[in-house]
Write a new protein. Structure first.
Length: 307
């Protein structure tokens, strides 16, 4: 799942933002001067204010919908296990930094929010019998194929000619194919769409069982002669198994997740009272709502300038 577009500093900042009761209280001193909570709050609001507020609101909304849960402990245990698998915190932090995380806690917080989101998406999703049946009907069974891969197009054409004259496909593959499938007579096993390069896939799915390509198929790897050898039997219809696949696809689709979040925010009557942070939830609003807000803000600024 994608990491939501939130600053890695937001959770670390949250406690400080929430605790600014005495704005004049000094939080740091130096020979250059003092830093007050008021100054710190203003600076943090400028840098990560909207992102921090966004995360706090979204987590509150998700927790409210999910109710009592143990996801925080699950996220912590998962993070610890993953860190151990990477050989410790130092190596784990290196991996996390490549994905935009600033700390193990930042990663754990993200796991927690993702678990909440998955729960909400599932609770808000109800596939109809018609949708489940249509999804199943559209599933293509895997197929099996073999190929001969060579670097030279003329050689590929000559091998096709030999096949036309009755040569054995597996024997030609063993003798001429340049990849590791050669030792198995070019057999590639069973696969579905999305497993092969586009040129190969486009060709093999147009063939019938027993047919081979009459022209070389060029890809980044060279020139293929492809033979579709068989079609696997389609799995029997199982409504629950189909629903699981449908849910997996939905949870992997950022657009669909965004739609759920937009609905959640829309239903929750969120009111942001700080004018400087009004845009905190814009990424979870419909486009027209954001445009209306921006227009109102521009009008207000114009009136203030005129005064």
């Amino acid at each position: 799942m994608k990491k939501w577009a939130l600053s890695a500093l937001t959770f670390a900042a949250a406690a400080t933002l929430a605790g600014c009761a005495d704005n004049s209280e000094t939080v740091a001193t130096s020979t250059g001067g003092d830093v007050t909570k008021d100054e710190l709050y203003a600076a943090m609001k400028d840098y990560v204010g909207e992102e921090t507020l966004q995360r706090l609101i979204i987590v509150d909304l998700l927790e409210d919908e999910v109710g009592k849960n143990d996801y925080a402990n699950e996220a912590d245990a998962e993070a610890r296990t993953t860190m151990a698998n990477y050989g410790g915190e130092e190596q784990f932090m290196y991996i996390l930094s490549q994905s935009g995380f600033s700390s193990v806690k930042d990663y754990t917080d993200q796991l927690y929010m993702n678990k909440l989101l998955v729960d909400v998406v599932k609770s808000r999703t109800d596939f109809t019998d018609e949708e489940v049946q249509a999804y199943y009907d559209a599933i293509e069974p895997n197929l099996q194929a073999s190929h001969i891969l060579v670097d030279d197009e003329e050689l590929a054409k000559d091998l096709i000619k030999q096949l036309d004259e009755g040569a054995d496909f597996a024997e030609l593959a063993k003798e001429h194919s340049s990849d590791s499938s050669a030792e198995n007579g070019g057999e590639l096993g069973s696969f579905g769409r999305g497993r092969m390069v586009a040129e190969f896939e486009d060709a093999v799915f147009t063939l019938k069982d027993g047919e081979y390509s009459k022209e070389p198929v060029q890809s980044q790897y060279g020139f293929h002669i492809i033979k579709r050898t068989a079609t696997d039997e389609k799995e029997a219809f199982d409504a629950e198994a189909v629903k699981e696949k449908m849910m997996e696809e939905k949870l992997a689709d950022y657009t669909k997740l965004q739609e759920v979040m937009v609905s959640l925010v829309e239903e929750s009557d969120v009111k942001i009272k700080d004018e400087d942070l009004k845009g905190a939830l814009d990424s979870y609003k419909k486009t027209e709502e954001v445009e209306e807000t921006e227009s109102a803000t521009e009008e207000s600024e114009t009136e203030e300038s005129a005064e």
